[in-house]
Structures are given as structure tokens and as C-alpha cells.
Design a protein around this ligand. Structure first.
Ligand code: PRP
Ligand code: 7HP
Length: 177
């Protein structure tokens, strides 16, 4: 294991099993429509790529990127860095996220995309850290509820590092303190 990691929190086997379950549930719920999966760059790309490949109904893809002003996600001031390529009017949108922490990123995005007259918007997150929530926000599909620890791997980073690991690890506090 990498020297900066305290322990594995979610193994690759657990991730894979849960993603199949999520994709099965979403495929059932969207069997009569063609959902548009919106990937929030960059953290969710690995989860997103694995999730859509387990879908058993037709779907389409688009990408969006936001960033917080200041350090981390604590300011709540969010900037749109890359918009979607296509209109979502009348579409059934599923926003795919790696982690819900304060809830600010997703509440901003849900409001922004909601103004564009989609037929529906739902949220699918791999991880939910409810102890950190600052704004009311609930995911419609959630992989794992996790404790209030800083996690990396499987797309999640600290200072742009560790995204390439295929499991989710708790980062040693001394790395970020
Ligand atoms: C991280 C993560 C979520 C967001 C969650 O993104 O990927 O998008 O923070 O935090 P919140 O619930 O407190 O808003 P980050 O801004 O680090 O960008 P990244 O996806 O490029 O890593
Ligand atoms: C954002 C984020 N990124 C990586 N790991 C975590 O635990 C995080 N919480 N919020």
C-alpha cells in the first residue's frame, strides 16, 4: 500500500459489485427513456466510465466541470469551468458524482441544470459523507455512505494526486494537515 494511505476503505471488489447494483437499478428506472448521464469532471470520471458500461438501456453522455473559489470546497462560491455540450431540455438527466461532502457542488449544479427545463434530474453518487453536509442535498442513487475521513483513489484526489488508484483509501491526516 502507498505510504500516504492509512487503510483501504472500499475495495475494488466492493466497488465493482455496487456499481453493477446501481446500474441495474438505474436501468430498471429508465427503461422507457434514454437518460443523459452528466459526468462532473474530474473526480467522477472513473466511476462514470464503469457505471455507464454496466447500463443495460440506451443512454447518452455529457460532461461539465466546476470549481470552488479559494481552497477546497468550503467557500460555496462555485465557478462553471466547462459547460455541457448539448441542450438538456426535455431530457432525463442523471448527474454522476464521486462524492457528496458539503453538498454545495451538487446543489449548485442541480439548480443550474434545473433552469434548462429538463424533464427530470437525479443524482447518482459513489460516496456520501453525510456528517460534512452544509446544505440539504440527498442523492437518489448512492454507492456507499462513508465516515468523515478524507478519502482518495478511484478518481478522488488530494491536490490532484492519487486519482489513479483502483480502490478507495483513507489518506493519512499528516499528508493534508
Ligand atoms: C470534489 C468532488 C465533488 C466535490 C464535493 O470536487 O469531486 O465534486 O468536491 O464537495 P462538496 O459536496 O463539498 O461540494 P473538486 O472540486 O475537488 O474537483 P475534482 O472533481 O476535479 O477533484
Ligand atoms: C471532496 C473530496 N475529495 C477527495 N476526498 C474527499 O474525502 C473529499 N471530500 N470532498
Amino acid at each position: 500500500m502507498h505510504k500516504d494511505f492509512e487503510k483501504v476503505l472500499v475495495t475494488k471488489e466492493q466497488i465493482s459489485t455496487r456499481i453493477t447494483e446501481l446500474a441495474t437499478a438505474i436501468s430498471t428506472d429508465y427503461k422507457d427513456t434514454k437518460p443523459l448521464f452528466v459526468c462532473i469532471l474530474k473526480g467522477s470520471i472513473i466511476f462514470y466510465a464503469d457505471l455507464i458500461r454496466k447500463m443495460t438501456v440506451p443512454c447518452q453522455l455529457d460532461f461539465i466541470q466546476v470549481s470552488s473559489y479559494g481552497s477546497g470546497t468550503t467557500t460555496g462560491k462555485i465557478k462553471l469551468l466547462k459547460d455541457l455540450d448539448n441542450s438538456i431540455e426535455g431530457r432525463d438527466v442523471i448527474i454522476v458524482e464521486d462524492i457528496v461532502d458539503s453538498g454545495k457542488t451538487l446543489s449548485y449544479l442541480k439548480e443550474l441544470l434545473g433552469l434548462r427545463k429538463p424533464n427530470s434530474i437525479k443524482i447518482c453518487t459513489l460516496l456520501d459523507k453525510p456528517e460534512r453536509r452544509e446544505v440539504a442535498l440527498e442523492a437518489d442513487y448512492c454507492g456507499f455512505v462513508i465516515p468523515n475521513e478524507f478519502v482518495v483513489g478511484y478518481g478522488l484526489d488530494y491536490d490532484e494526486n492519487y486519482r489513479e488508484f483502483d480502490q478507495i483509501y483513507i489518506l493519512k491526516p499528516e499528508v493534508y494537515m
